[in-house]
Ligand binder design. Structure first.
Ligand code: OTU
Length: 659
């Protein structure tokens, strides 16, 4: 067996050979300078790519051939990349931290639920600009399977847009419009699985050996059971287990690996052809004009017996390969890891020491999201402060995506160790959070639902919109003005914390208007079994028309949010490059952290209590703010001080700086 590692000189020689052949082909199609740029980048990222592919596939007889194939496809995709995107690539290579600027503010929505279709989204760009959005994540929009399709995460055809949303041309036109107006487009790369109706899966069912090898399939339960022994269940409620029996598949029927639903078939990345296919889809989306690719379910890409089959070392080699390939062909495009995993695992998706700049540029900050909700329910900040203290500093060149809600559930992913450290009993605290956010706990203002309650483990997750979880739905129903006021304060407090941080804050569609839970999904058989639809309401354009009226609830939320967004954009102190220092404020209700930049420091304080609270005024000096304090969120006014203490209103957030 050959090993690419051992025969590195031969590989280099082969590479030189391919390079000559491909140069010849490239030259017919591109300006000589473009060809030079390609090779410069290829030289720069060759080692990252080579190391990753060698570790993944170096033992295979056909490794060199596969490498040659990949190479040819990179050349072709580069040759096809539109000129305007090539300029953008250059621009972003000169400003590699373009996505770290404090003007970056994201927004996530479903195309149909926001504006009917892609041309509808084009017409709503002004709305996004009004809010201050510069990054738009459109939820999966490629052709999914008919019927239940996990909100589009079961893709049947990666080369087509879902017909009712528009065409590929519409998508390219939207991407162009957004770019012209300074908004980056994020699209999903659903790379862990395909719909069972996808052509690859269909060919596999027919028994085609090439396509059987695109999936993990088994003739009987022996291996699936051995794997199951250490596998968790992602959707225990409606999709128990990790394997599905497909009668008649390849003749006698086979078990197929299906981590999520039985209609989502996991791809087999031990087969380099699968990587090649996905790389082509990545090029396709990049050349359509996507700026950010969201790597859906990234942790699951590689399976290993005896493990939970998440975050395996090969996952990071795959990401390293994807990233190196993109850096050569379309370096203006960055990767976002969708890895809802514990912090020590999450940090690996952003790169740790030796792998810095070889992993994703962005990753969801799931932990922060969960802890903010926990702090809101308990009105206490010990846990979030403790976890912030433990968290490693993010490396330069990558950024968290800070969010409160997305289209999924909230899983109470704090570790038992962290809970024990602040005196909580892990299972009781998680149980409390479920009870609190479903409104079952006495005195709770929240209105949410359970998702995937697993009686065997006692685990459950929660769904609901930000507004409903923050008490707005209950308060509106009761017509209680004070409760409405508190709910609005909670919504703004939480947003002030994702906006008053580094990384990219991303808002969930509807949160800017305080949209509450949507139970209409219960009437639709394709969605009724999935309570995550509760927090995926359709846009309410009537409510949106009230957004500038401060006398309405909608207006108070929208204008409050817009104020936070504009304040964020008005300071360089929230640029992604900064040191993050959590502080203990000597008050269990008041969260505090400092962000330091060469030009100054901002001290963020957040009172999670429903009454006024105060902290020692020396906290400012302790955080590194020497002179008089000014609250950016109050037009630069000094915060109220009383008897040597800094005062915060109920549920107030302050961003303090020196004058
Ligand atoms: C993602 O989420 C998507 O966000 C979900 O909407 C999809 O259903 C799913 O993938 C399948 O495509 O389990 O509860 O660590 O947690 O990939 C959500 C990552 C999920 C997983 C995540 C997954």
């Amino acid at each position: 067996m050959q090993n690419l590692f051992v025969m590195a000189p031969e590989v280099r020689a082969a590479f030189e050979n391919v390079r000559r052949v491909e140069s010849y082909r490239l030259e017919g199609r591109l300006e000589p300078r473009d060809v030079d740029v390609f090779w410069l980048r290829f030289e720069r990222y060759f080692d990252d790519l080579y190391d990753a592919l060698t570790l993944l596939y170096g033992e295979r007889e056909d490794a060199l051939e596969q490498f040659g194939q990949l190479f040819g496809r990179m050349v072709a995709a580069y040759a096809e990349r539109p000129d305007d995107l090539k300029i953008l690539d250059l621009e972003r290579q000169f400003t590699p931290h373009w996505f770290q600027r404090s003007h970056m503010v994201g927004y996530t929505c479903y195309t149909d639920r926001f504006a009917a279709d892609l041309s509808g989204v084009r017409q709503k760009i002004a709305y996004l600009e009004d809010l201050g959005v510069t990054y738009l994540h459109l939820m999966p929009l490629l052709q999914p399977r008919a019927g239940s399709n996990d909100g589009g995460y079961a893709v049947q055809d990666f080369r087509r847009v879902r017909p009712d949303l528009g065409s590929l041309d519409d998508l390219a036109a939207l991407a162009r419009d957004l770019r012209q107006r300074g908004i980056s487009l994020c699209l999903d790369l659903v790379l862990n699985h395909v719909a069972r109706e996808h052509a690859w899966a269909q060919r596999a069912v027919e028994g085609d050996p090439r396509y059987l090898n695109y999936f993990h399939t088994f003739p009987d339960r022996t291996l699936p059971e051995a794997y199951e022994a250490s596998l968790p269940q992602i959707f225990p409620d409606d999709a128990p287990g990790n394997f599905s029996w497909i009668p008649g598949m390849a003749g006698a029927g086979r078990w197929v690996w299906t981590t999520f639903h039985s209609f989502q078939w996991d791809l087999n990345y031990t087969n380099p052809e699968v990587l090649l296919e996905m790389v082509e889809i990545m090029f396709f989306l990049a050349n359509l004009g996507a700026d950010v690719l969201r790597l859906d379910a990234a942790p699951f890409l590689w399976k290993r017996m005896g493990t939970n089959c998440q975050n395996q070392p090969e996952v990071f080699q795959l990401i390293q390969a994807f990233r190196a390939i993109l850096r050569v062909v379309a370096p203006g495009v960055i990767l976002k890891a969708e890895a809802i995993v514990p912090p020590d695992a999450l940090i690996r998706y952003l790169g740790v020491k030796s792998t810095v700049e070889k992993q994703c540029e962005l990753a969801y900050n799931n932990q922060r999201m969960v802890l903010l909700w926990s702090a809101l329910a308990t009105r206490r900040v010990e846990l979030i402060t403790h976890v912030m203290h433990q968290a490693p500093q993010l490396l330069i060149g990558c950024a968290p995506v800070n969010y409160l809600r997305n289209h999924d559930d909230i899983g109470w992913a704090m570790t038992d160790g962290a809970l024990a450290a602040v005196g909580e009993t892990p299972h009781l605290h998680r149980r409390f959070l479920c009870d609190f956010f479903t409104g079952a706990f006495p005195g709770s203002y929240a209105r949410g639902a359970l998702f995937q309650a697993d009686p065997s483990s006692g685990d459950a997750r929660v769904t609901g919109t930000t507004a409903s979880l923050a008490g707005l739905e209950t308060a509106l129903e009761q017509g209680d003005a004070e409760a409405i006021d508190r709910a609005i304060r909670r919504i703004l407090l939480l947003h002030a914390l994702i906006l008053g941080a580094g990384g990219i804050p991303v808002l969930q569609m509807g949160d800017e208007l305080g949209l509450c839970n949507d139970t209409a999904y219960l009437q639709d058989p394709a969605r009724a079994g999935d309570s995550r639809w509760l927090n995926r309401p359709a846009m309410d354009w009537h409510r949106a028309s009230e957004r500038h009226d401060p006398a309405t609830v909608t207006g108070r939320i929208f204008l409050g949010l817009r104020h936070l967004i504009q304040t964020r954009k008005g300071t360089s102190l929230l640029h992604g490059f900064g040191l993050f220092q959590p502080l203990w404020t000597h008050n269990s209700h008041v969260l505090g952290y400092a962000r330091r930049r060469p030009e100054g420091t901002v001290l963020v304080l957040a009172n999670f209590d429903e009454g006024p609270q105060s902290i020692p005024a020396e906290m400012g000096r302790y955080a590194g703010l020497a002179g008089e304090l000014h609250n950016l969120l109050q037009g630069g006014q000094p915060p109220p001080l009383q008897a040597g203490r800094l005062e915060l209103e109920p549920l107030e957030c302050q961003w303090l700086v020196n004058g």
